[in-house]
Design a protein around this ligand. Structure first.
Ligand code: PMP
Length: 285
């Protein structure tokens, strides 16, 4: 069945949803995006995603041509038009078409695109048995060069690391920052459990501040599990009792092996299991 896409001001069939070859989103990766999930017909933390989208756009001096409530409505309308109750939404804002050349002032008509689809999660087996990951040699981009807090259309830094992971037979890869500290994975945030407490790198480690990361921190708090932002190195991951990743697409997923070393017992741990269960309850509320 052809999908229905929201483009700028209306819903159109997939084959009519097109952007110009002169769009700077295509030419330079100049734009921002969000990935959202809907569960039982409701978008999870829609406001937080829209706030982050607006912040990303602001950081690259891109003015989103629609009001936040209009974009929120477009997200819901696109899900409804595609009859999706449990779905994944990709919200994309491009700089718009312009002349060849970097100058964003010579573009016009930023494109607002909403795509709704089903989500292909990692296979169930990965959730049950846990992921194996490796550390990528590709460093997370230095925040003084391009802040990882901006969810921009330029994901090559992450893709380079993802390729390294795939070459090693892993679906995710760990990225370190320029100081050799743990930042995040290519599309997920990282947590470790040590002596019953959660630790996760702070925003200035060079991460995207994940919405799922925030939700898990809230759940830990509610469950009486201490959670701190802390500078982590690979030592902390290798010696952790448990490790897991969080992301809109991945949700909460255990990591059982890093760089060929077993994490804890080498099987998903109890705190990861507890937070996974709490997360599933939360998204259905
Ligand atoms: N880090 C990166 C680099 C990401 O692209 C994402 C989103 N896929 C995340 C972390 C997780 O963020 P969220 O929980 O908001 O999806």
């Amino acid at each position: 069945m052809p999908r229905i896409i929201f483009m700028n001001d209306r819903l159109v069939p997939e084959e009519e949803a097109k952007v110009s070859v002169f769009d700077h989103g295509l030419l330079y990766g100049d734009g921002v995006f969000e990935g959202l999930r809907s569960y039982s017909g409701r978008v999870f933390r829609l406001d937080a995603h829209l706030d982050r989208l607006w912040a990303s756009a602001r950081a690259i001096a891109l003015e989103i041509p629609l009001a936040k409530d209009v974009v929120a409505q477009a997200v819901n309308d696109t899900l409804a038009a595609n009859k999706l109750v449990d779905g994944y939404v990709r919200l994309v804002i491009t700089r718009g078409a312009g002349s060849l050349g970097l100058d964003p002032n010579r573009t016009k008509n930023p494109q607002v695109i909403v795509i709704a689809d089903t989500i292909s999660l990692y296979p169930r087996e990965f959730y049950e048995k846990g992921l194996r990951i490796v550390t990528a040699a590709t460093q997370r981009v230095h925040s003084a060069a391009l802040s990882p807090r901006i969810k921009s259309l330029n994901y090559l830094n992450n893709i380079m690391a993802k390729l390294e992971g795939l070459q090693a037979g892993c679906v995710e890869a760990l990225m370190l920052n320029h100081k050799g500290e743990v930042a995040e994975c290519t599309g997920d945030n990282v947590f470790v459990v040590r002596s019953g407490s959660l630790l996760t790198p702070p925003p200035d480690a060079g991460i995207l501040e994940g919405i799922t990361r925030g939700a898990v921190m809230d759940l830990a708090h509610a469950a009486g599990i201490a959670c701190h932002e802390a500078t982590l190195t690979r030592y902390d991951l290798y010696t952790a009792d448990e490790c897991f990743l969080t992301g809109t697409a991945a949700e909460v997923i255990p990591v059982v092996e890093i760089d060929g070393r077993k994490v804890g017992s080498g099987t998903p741990g109890p705190i990861t299991a507890r937070l996974t269960a709490d997360f599933h309850t939360l998204v259905r509320q």
